[in-house]
Design a protein around this ligand. Structure first.
Ligand code: BG6
Length: 501
């Protein structure tokens, strides 16, 4: 286990959604596991005026809500001792110099500092500017790191503008652009699966792979996030960030090592090799939809347009699917299908890789039904698993075949379970950038989706809808090149939905 130097973690937007739902519980789990460095302090920063005691009481309340009666009281006591609170009321220009003064003069605060931006994206540049002007980002006695949450901009140009504003006060190694998807254990397993197993490498190319599908579906709607989601939509929210990162991990060349720069060099090469979607070809490569009312888990749920804060004529997409080609030696001609949606039939994230059929179909006369290809599937959530579908002979006198699934659910009963944020928070404190995005990756990802965003932004009269609780809008099958290709909804062979709609 690597030793982490003591540090001060300052969370901006400490009272907000991300901090309450993800950061505080993740930090507390690290406290229980005794993974936080001794003497580390956590400073909640927000606009509300609160005392340290009041803030501590809210932290306890958040954790009681999560753990109910099973709260580890000893860990809670240790955890609360780490927390301090600092109010940054809007318009109070002296607040940042005061913060500087406090961090400098109180020796309890370790001099290494992480600033976590758990605030609205529009506030990132302003806060970084104020931190910079108050000399809070100068690495004169210890390091200063800034964590930026997604979305990093809302298109290429705005991402570059945001970047320029950060570079006024920070160097690239000080910036940690977080993509929590990369902190998920199964996502990292993609690398282990590919690079620790010799078996796969000879097959991992256009000679053997027919196509790749990467899916993230959720049964939840937009919850109370209309403010953000109306301006974002599914393509920005999930595909530009998380799903393109998954694609990069599946498709990249083996890196020289797993150090941050080698890993990110390979990811960026893949993202740059994605064939640009021209404005004329957007309809052949992209499909969008919006959820209408429907039923989820037996309960009726409202459509997107009925959600609080959503404009009555909004054409923001809650479903997006893309077909992409990677124009390099390994992947020439292999389509990569990415799709995501809210209010879908199931919560499921998976990578499904379909292999080509054998060159000669020797069993075509004896088998009942068409030949079935091999699939390799990596389930990311809710269950992390690895499945491989093969054809076997059905026992009996006939030479018939059926699909069987080699199911390597790799989690064992006592395996450690953790949330993506836990590992990522530790990585920031350790100074490990491997699972954080470099600016050229972010730019390359925006280059992929920008033409689609532009066309969709112009076409504001109509958007396909889909009933909540379904697998998305009808007609997405037109992204596929052949009739025998279809969305894989289930990782089970029997349940595999072979219907294209
Ligand atoms: C976030 C998106 O980045 O990822 C959300 O903004 C989405 O809309 C979420 O629901 C999905 O991540 P997870 O880890 O909850 O599956």
């Amino acid at each position: 286990m690597k030793i982490i130097e003591p540090c001060t973690l300052a969370i901006f937007g400490a009272g907000g959604n991300l901090s309450r739902r993800k950061l505080i519980p993740a930090l507390f789990r690290l406290e229980i596991a005794q993974r936080l460095p001794d003497h580390m302090l956590i400073l909640g920063c927000d606009i509300a005026l609160r005392t340290r005691e009041e803030w501590s009481a809210s932290v306890v309340e958040i954790l009681r809500g999560v753990y109910k009666k099973d709260l580890d009281e000893a860990a809670l006591q240790r955890f609360c001792q780490r927390w301090h609170y600092f109010a940054l009321p809007p318009g109070d220009d002296a607040a940042y110099p005061r913060l500087h003064q406090m961090l400098e003069s109180n020796p309890d605060f370790p001099s290494n500092v992480v600033y976590y931006m758990a605030v609205r994206p529009a506030d990132y540049p302003t806060i970084v500017d104020k931190l910079g002007n108050a000399e809070l980002l100068k690495e004169k006695n210890g390091w200063r790191r800034v964590v930026i949450e997604k979305p990093f901009g809302y298109d290429l140009l705005s991402a570059q503008t945001l970047q320029a504003s950060l570079y006024r006060h920070l160097d690239e190694p000080q910036i940690y652009r977080i993509d929590h998807y990369l902190g998920k254990g199964t996502v990292q397993n993609v690398m282990v699966f590919r690079f620790a197993n010799m078996l796969l490498e000879p097959l991992w190319n256009h000679h053997y792979i027919d196509h790749v599908q990467i899916t993230h579906s959720e049964t939840l709607g937009i919850e109370n996030r209309a403010d953000y989601y109306e301006g974002a939509g599914a393509l920005r929210d999930m595909i530009q960030s998380h799903l393109l990162q998954l694609l990069a991990l599946v498709a990249m060349e083996p890196p020289v090592s797993l150090t941050a720069e080698h890993l990110r060099d390979e990811k960026v090469k893949v993202l740059k090799a994605i064939r640009p979607i021209t404005q004329n070809s957007v309809h052949a490569h992209a499909f969008r939809g919006q959820y209408a009312s429907g039923t989820i888990d037996g309960k009726s749920v409202p459509g997107y347009l009925e959600e609080k804060g959503v404009a009555g004529d909004s054409t923001t997409e809650t479903y997006a699917a893309l077909k992409l080609f990677i124009d390099n030696w390994r992947w020439a001609g292999v389509p990569f299908y990415l799709r995501t949606g809210k209010r879908m039939a199931e919560n499921s994230s998976a990578i499904c890789i379909r292999f080509k059929n054998p060159p000669q179909d020797l069993l075509r006369r004896s088998r009942h039904g068409p030949s079935q290809p091999n699939w390799i599937m990596l389930g990311i959530q809710p269950n992390d698993c690895l499945k491989m579908e093969m054809q076997v002979k059905v026992p009996g006198l006939d030479m018939n075949t059926r699909t069987m699934s080699l199911d390597a659910t790799y989690r064992k009963e006592n395996d450690e379970d953790y949330d993506a944020y836990e590992g990522l928070l530790l990585d920031v404190m350790l100074g490990d950038h491997s699972l954080f995005l470099r600016i050229d990756e972010v730019e390359a990802a925006w280059r992929v989706v920008d033409p689609v965003l532009k066309v969709w932004a112009m076409e504001r009269d109509f958007i396909n809808t889909y009933p909540s609780g379904s697998w998305g809008p009808r007609g997405t099958y037109r992204l596929f090149d052949r009739d025998d290709q279809f969305w894989r909804h289930s990782l089970e062979p029997e349940g595999a939905d072979t219907q294209a709609y």
